[in-house]
Design a protein around this ligand. Structure first.
Ligand SMILES: C[S@@+](CC[C@H](N)C(=O)[O-])C[C@H]1O[C@@H](n2cnc3c(N)ncnc32)[C@H](O)[C@@H]1O
Length: 248
């Protein structure tokens, strides 16, 4: 499936800085060492690549978004445009790191195949992304709104949110030993749900007119409200799959 979401680095860093801020435990799990060659898969604006580089590792970032790659480069990261499903590397990296990316890649087999191919033998893969049940309230609300509006077309869910067993099996099929894998509930405050939809659902709504997109956002908010809105504001039902595995 073609990757359709589009990424605006300014909007992304203004409204969803929590994505990289909450990922520090994943950088700790990677435990980058001085001189190691590390690939940041889906590096986005380079915030985490910079953190890994500050530990002395030699970091390369790749991302599907040209705009994100430009921002990462401006921060001093060696970065270029490439997809997780088509990486030009062969046994090159001591470690591959990825945060908040792999749920955007529906062809998980191809992603893991490319990750395995790019790592040196004994190299490690450390990642976090959406796991089973992630944002379920919002995904269900989006589906419902599409059903209520046949003129919006078909709802194409762009996400892959695997369970622990499913992802462990997949990694093992491609020659990994899984040392740690866990689903983590991470309720995440968000000031305005519509902003989240602007950033993360623009691909889903790419065929909608501006007016339809406004209706979509308003109705998704109305439906999701009973589940994830309270006097504390919006608390999004994020569930992350965190993993560390070694290529045998
Ligand atoms: C939520 S952002 C996360 C960025 C960064 N890793 C962070 O934690 O801040 C998701 C990123 O995944 C990238 N992405 C989505 N699909 C991709 C693919 N198939 N290959 C490479 N990057 C992809 C997007 O362009 C975007 O920059």
């Amino acid at each position: 499936m073609k990757e359709t979401n589009s990424w605006n680095p300014n909007e992304y860093s203004k409204h969803t800085a929590f994505v990289s801020q909450l990922a520090m435990p994943v950088v700790d799990l990677l435990d980058p060492k001085k001189g190691e060659k590390v690939l940041d898969l889906g590096c986005g604006d380079g915030t985490l690549a910079l953190e890994i580089q500050s530990k002395g590792a030699d970091v390369i970032g790749v991302d599907l978004s040209k705009e994100m790659v430009e921002v990462a480069k401006s921060k001093g990261i060696k970065a270029f445009v490439a997809s997780v499903t088509n990486l030009p590397f062969e046994s090159e990296f001591d470690a591959i790191f990825s945060n908040a990316v792999l749920h955007w890649v529906k062809d998980a087999n191809l992603a893991v195949q490319n990750i395995a191919k790019s790592l040196k033998g004994g190299g490690r893969f450390v990642a976090e992304f959406g796991g089973k049940g992630n944002m379920q309230s919002v995904v269900e609300a989006m589906e419902e709104v599409f059903k209520m509006h046949p003129e919006f077309g078909e709802f194409n869910n762009p996400w892959y949110f695997p369970s622990v067993n499913e992802y462990k099996k997949l990694l093992e099929e491609f020659g990994f030993k899984v040392e740690y894998i866990e689903l983590i509930d991470r309720p995440t405050p968000m000031s305005i749900l519509a902003k989240w939809l602007d950033i993360f659902a623009n691909g889903i709504c790419q065929n909608l007119t501006n007016k339809q997109f406004e209706v979509f956002k308003q109705e998704v908010e109305e439906i999701a409200k009973s589940k994830i809105y309270s006097n504390r504001g919006w608390i999004l039902d994020y569930v992350r799959l965190r993993v560390r595995a070694t290529k045998l």
